[in-house]
Design a protein around this ligand. Structure first.
Ligand code: SAM
Length: 260
């Protein structure tokens, strides 16, 4: 694997440490969002898929169960091990590869589908990731990207969320807006055929802290950010309390981009 940059190294360390939290009980095990996104992908004759930053493999293994020939890629060996174990449990055959999302070890026009779910906000260069995706897709192939996002034109909420995420999980890099993703796709030669935000309930701030093993100092700083959020941010994020738990709604982006 190529030399990792400091952001990639931080993500690798974080997810190697926390891999046990991303398995069966994790909210990402529910792949309804993946099913909905795949319904928007133009039909293709080929069935080769690459799942980038596969984590515990929830997305890639769903594809494999649907008959896709899938490569699961991640930079964390512990996450890949978890994905392999689940594949075995479910009797699914997949290939696993360890590499960063910014540099792919595949030839041009290798895949019909590239997926990347709830991971791109960790990438040191979303631009390189999109460029590499465009390179390895066959003409007519599609990128399905799902990630946390925030509306365009809401810089205050974007900054607030950035600070919260960075404190919760220091391997967080940046959430991009729909407009920013669309521009990256266009520059790389991918046409954004579908780009939509879906409100997604963050059900319990404490669970969210536990998943990332957030330090007690950073938990306190996040709680302070929640307490002092401006009325505009509070309204946009729908910050509230339910049964003693802090909840909020954030936006999850679904982008389907097609190679011409
Ligand atoms: C929340 S998990 C991904 C969830 C998964 N895609 C799913 O659908 O369940 C985030 C993953 O991104 C990986 N990751 C973070 N930065 C990366 C990078 N630059 N290149 C490759 N993988 C990366 C982490 O190792 C981790 O396994």
């Amino acid at each position: 694997m190529s030399q990792l940059d400091s952001i990639q190294k931080r993500a690798q360390e974080q997810f190697d440490r926390q891999s046990a939290n991303y398995g069966k009980g994790h909210i990402l095990a529910d792949v309804d969002d993946v099913k909905a996104a795949l319904a928007l992908v133009p039909p293709s004759t080929g069935r080769k898929a690459l799942d980038v930053a596969t984590g515990a493999g929830h997305t890639g293994l769903y594809l494999a169960a649907q008959g896709w020939q899938v490569t699961l890629a991640d930079l964390s060996p512990a996450m890949l091990e978890r994905a392999r174990a689940t594949a075995k449990e479910r009797g699914l055959s997949v290939e696993t590869r360890q590499h960063p999302a910014e540099t792919f070890p595949y030839g041009d026009a290798t895949f019909d589908l590239v997926t990347c779910r709830v991971a791109a906000h960790h990438f040191s260069s979303p631009e390189k990731f999109v460029r590499e995706t465009a390179r390895v897709l066959r003409p007519g192939g599609a990128l399905v990207l799902i990630d946390g996002s925030v509306e365009d034109g809401q810089p205050e909420a974007e900054e607030w969320l950035h600070q919260v995420e960075k404190l919760r999980d220091p391997s967080h890099a940046r959430l991009l807006t729909p407009g920013a993703w669309t521009r990256l796709c266009e520059v790389a030669g991918l046409r954004a055929a579908h780009c939509e935000l879906h409100p997604f309930k963050q059900p319990d701030l404490n669970w969210y802290f536990e998943t990332a093993a957030t330090s007690s100092e950073n938990r306190a700083r996040v709680l302070e950010l929640v307490r002092t959020a401006s009325p505009a941010v509070r309204a946009l994020m729908r910050i509230g309390e339910e049964d003693g738990k802090i909840v909020w709604w954030w936006q999850r982006l679904t982008l389907v981009a097609v190679k011409g």
